[in-house]
Design a protein around this ligand. Structure first.
Ligand code: PBG
Length: 331
C-alpha cells in the first residue's frame, strides 16, 4: 500500500482529536446485536448459584431462567446458548441423557420458546455434559468412535429441533457430522433450522472454567486431542471449514477467540460466509479476574470484543454479553 503525503502536511492525530471525530472515522463497532449469551442451567427449583471458576456467571434452575431472559430481552441481545449441568447420576458412558426429551436443555428450550419467543436459541450438539467420562463422543475399543458417535448426535440434534431450537451447533468435532445432521433435519422437514458449526475448534486449555460449569472437568479422562484441533496448526482450517460448508453449515465458529484472531481473519478473507467467534470461559475469567482485581479497566471487555470485529467476525459468543450491552447503552 502506498503512503500518500507526509509530515508535516499530514498529521494523523488530527482525526483523533475529539470523540465525535473518532466516532466518524471508526471502522468497526460492537453492538448489542452482535452478542450471543451462553446460559448454564441446572436441575432443581428456585435456585440461582454462582460458578466458582467464572466469577459473575451463574447457573439457573429452569423456573429461574426468566430472570436472566428478561435482561436479554430488555437489552435486545438476539440469541442465547444453553448449556446443562447434568447431575452425576444421570451421566453414563454413552451420554443417554442427551436423548431424554425431558432433559434440562429440552425443558429450557420449551420455556424460552413459550415465554420469550423472539429470543433465538442455539444448542450444542455434543455428548460431554452427559457422559461419565466427559468426552464429546462415545468410546468403542478405547477410542472415541467417530461414526457411532454421529448416530447419537443426529438424534440429539433432531430432539433439539423438535423442542424449538433455532440454531444447532455441533461442537463435537466428529468428521462428517454436519452433513449427517443436515440430512436428518431436512428429512424431518426442519428446513429452517440453522447449523452453526464449531468448524474450527482447537484442543484448548482455555475451556477449563466451562468444564467446571457443566461438571465435566473432574470427570474428563485424558484430553480431547484426538478430535479437537492442534493449536500449532492453521492451514487445516481450510479443510475443516470447506468440508463443513459442503456438508451444509450455514455459519461457522472459531473457538477459542482471542488467541485465534489470525484464524478468524483467514476464514473471513477466504470464504464468503458468516464467521462467529467464541470468547471462551478461560478468556472470560482472565479478563474478569483482572477487572475484579483492578488490574484492568472495564473497557478492556469492549477492547477484547472489538478485536473480533476487526478480525472479521460478525458476532461473538461471550459471557460478557449482558455487561457489554449495558455498557454500550450508557455509552
Ligand atoms: C462442549 C463445549 C465446550 C465448550 C463449548 N462447548 C468444552 C469442550 O469442548 O471441552 C467450551 C466453552 C467455553 O470454554 O466457554 N463440547
Amino acid at each position: 500500500m502506498k503512503i500518500i503525503g507526509s509530515y508535516p502536511k499530514i498529521r494523523l492525530r488530527r482525526l483523533r482529536k475529539s470523540k465525535w471525530l473518532r466516532n466518524i472515522v471508526s471502522e468497526n463497532d460492537i453492538s448489542n446485536k452482535d452478542l450471543i449469551l451462553p446460559i448454564f442451567v441446572r436441575e432443581g427449583k428456585n435456585k440461582i448459584e454462582n460458578i466458582k471458576s467464572m466469577p459473575g456467571i451463574k447457573r439457573y434452575t429452569v423456573d429461574k431462567l426468566p430472570s436472566i431472559l428478561k435482561q436479554v430481552k430488555a437489552l435486545k441481545i438476539p440469541m442465547i446458548a444453553l448449556f446443562p449441568l447434568t447431575p452425576n447420576n444421570k451421566k453414563d458412558n454413552i451420554g443417554s441423557e442427551a436423548l431424554n426429551p425431558n432433559n434440562l436443555i429440552c425443558r429450557s428450550l420449551k420455556l424460552v420458546k413459550k415465554k420469550f419467543p423472539n429470543i433465538g436459541v442455539m444448542c450444542d450438539v455434543a455428548l460431554d455434559p452427559y457422559t461419565s467420562h466427559g468426552h464429546d463422543g462415545i468410546f468403542i475399543k478405547n477410542k472415541i468412535d467417530n461414526d457411532e458417535t454421529i448416530k447419537i448426535l443426529i438424534k440429539q440434534a433432531l430432539l433439539q429441533a423438535k423442542m424449538g431450537c433455532d440454531v444447532i451447533a455441533p461442537s463435537d468435532m466428529m468428521d462428517g457430522r454436519v452433513g449427517a445432521i443436515r440430512k436428518a433435519l431436512d428429512k424431518e422437514n426442519f428446513l429452517d433450522v440453522c447449523i452453526l458449526s464449531y468448524a474450527v475448534k482447537y484442543a484448548s486449555t482455555y475451556y477449563g472454567p466451562f468444564r467446571d460449569a457443566v461438571g465435566s472437568k473432574s470427570k474428563l479422562k485424558g484430553d480431547k486431542k484426538t478430535y479437537q484441533m492442534d493449536y500449532r496448526n492453521s492451514f487445516e482450517i481450510f479443510r475443516e471449514v470447506g468440508l463443513d460448508l459442503k456438508e451444509g453449515a450455514d455459519m461457522v465458529m472459531v473457538k477459542p477467540g482471542m488467541f485465534y484472531l489470525d484464524i478468524i481473519n483467514k476464514i473471513k478473507n477466504n470464504f464468503n460466509i458468516p464467521v462467529l467467534a467464541y470468547q471462551v470461559s478461560g478468556e472470560y475469567s482472565l479478563i474478569k479476574n483482572g477487572i475484579q482485581n483492578k488490574i484492568l479497566k472495564e473497557e478492556s471487555i469492549i477492547e477484547s470484543l472489538l478485536s473480533f470485529k476487526r478480525a472479521g467476525a460478525c458476532a461473538v459468543i461471550t459471557y460478557f454479553a449482558i455487561d457489554v450491552a449495558k455498557m454500550i447503552k450508557t455509552n
